[in-house]
Ligand binder design. Structure first.
Ligand code: ARG
Length: 301
């Protein structure tokens, strides 16, 4: 156990961040294992409440891929993927929406309220928050890139952000499901990392924090000793180009790039398998994951 001097040092280390971030918006994407394991879920929920009571305005976007896969299986539907994206027919998008909005979203809202917040659940359909367009999967065939229709998988076309701002003004924590509605009236399932990046951009957030199942970004994803704590936007883009970023990490880095380009000060990729990683990243100098910043000279501390 640490002694009282060390304890005080930990608390005081948070002071400049409390001063800097209080009153500002932080968008948090919550997904992966931290969602399936009860202990980790509790720690993420507590961290979000902590942010709220520190005067920060958290906005939560959640994923739910594994739970959707589980439900589809129960119903006897196998999932198939093209370039990492689920082929989503009309029945599948219905099931995805039921799991995301009906189950996962309402569970997060319930938990946050239980811990002392005022959380409110929103799907992209509420007040037309997320207008979607069909996403075409890109497949490489004989050296050429072909676009493939994989059904009701969407991109964010437009956000009607007013509803989120209203709730933030009133002190609520908005919890958002990555479901959008198309101009054609259809329902689209959207990658939650992208939704979080777009929301951070539209809200002019201070931060975007993506909670994942990995430590952060590696310079070479095959080499676990090449973990990077700080990365610039340009370096991240270069790493996507050269293929040194792992496939599953690409949507996350792209979400960071989108947010940074729109003026978000900092983005973070953090390990949801470590308890309280969100708190450690935001309120300590060194952090625990990878921060992606516009320019490297934007030094923390
Ligand atoms: N991965 C890192 N190097 N993180 C540093 C975080 C610094 C500070 N707590 C912030 O949120 O801005």
């Amino acid at each position: 156990m640490i002694n009282s001097v060390e304890k005080a040092a930990v608390l005081i280390e948070a002071l400049p961040y409390l001063q800097r971030f209080s009153g500002n918006t932080v968008v948090i994407k919550y997904g992966g294992n931290a969602m399936l394991n009860d202990e980790l879920k509790k720690s993420v929920m507590q961290d979000i409440i902590f942010l709220k009571y520190a005067g920060i305005r958290p906005v939560v976007v959640h994923g739910g891929g594994p739970e959707i896969t589980g439900m589809l299986k129960k119903l006897g539907k196998e999932s198939s993927f093209v370039s990492g994206l689920r082929v989503t027919d009309a029945e599948t998008v219905d099931i995805a929406e039921m799991v995301l909005v009906g189950k996962i979203n309402s569970e997060i809202v319930k938990y946050l309220n239980f811990l002392g917040a005022k959380a409110v659940g929103l799907s992209g359909k509420d007040a037309d928050l997320i207008i979607a367009a069909k996403h075409l999967a890109k497949v490489r065939e004989n050296g050429q890139v072909k676009e493939v229709d994989i059904g009701f998988v969407g991109d964010v076309l437009k956000l009607n952000i007013g509803i989120v701002e209203n709730f933030l003004e009133q002190g609520y924590i908005p919890v958002i499901s990555p479901i959008g509605v198309g101009k054609d009236g259809a329902t689209y399932n959207i990658n939650a990392d992208y939704v979080a990046g777009e929301l951070a951009a539209a809200l002019g957030a201070e931060k975007l924090a993506l909670i994942t199942d990995v430590e952060g970004i590696y310079r070479d994803y095959n080499d676990k000793s090449s973990f990077v704590s700080t990365l610039s936007l340009a370096e991240a883009q270069e790493m996507i180009k050269t293929g040194s970023i792992d496939g599953g990490m690409i949507p996350k880095v792209e979400a960071c790039v989108k947010a940074l380009a729109a003026g978000v000060a900092k983005t973070h990729i953090i390990d949801g398998r470590k308890p309280h990683s969100l708190l450690l990243e935001i309120f300590t100098t060194e952090g625990i994951g990878t921060e992606v910043v516009k320019y490297r000279r934007y030094i923390s501390g």
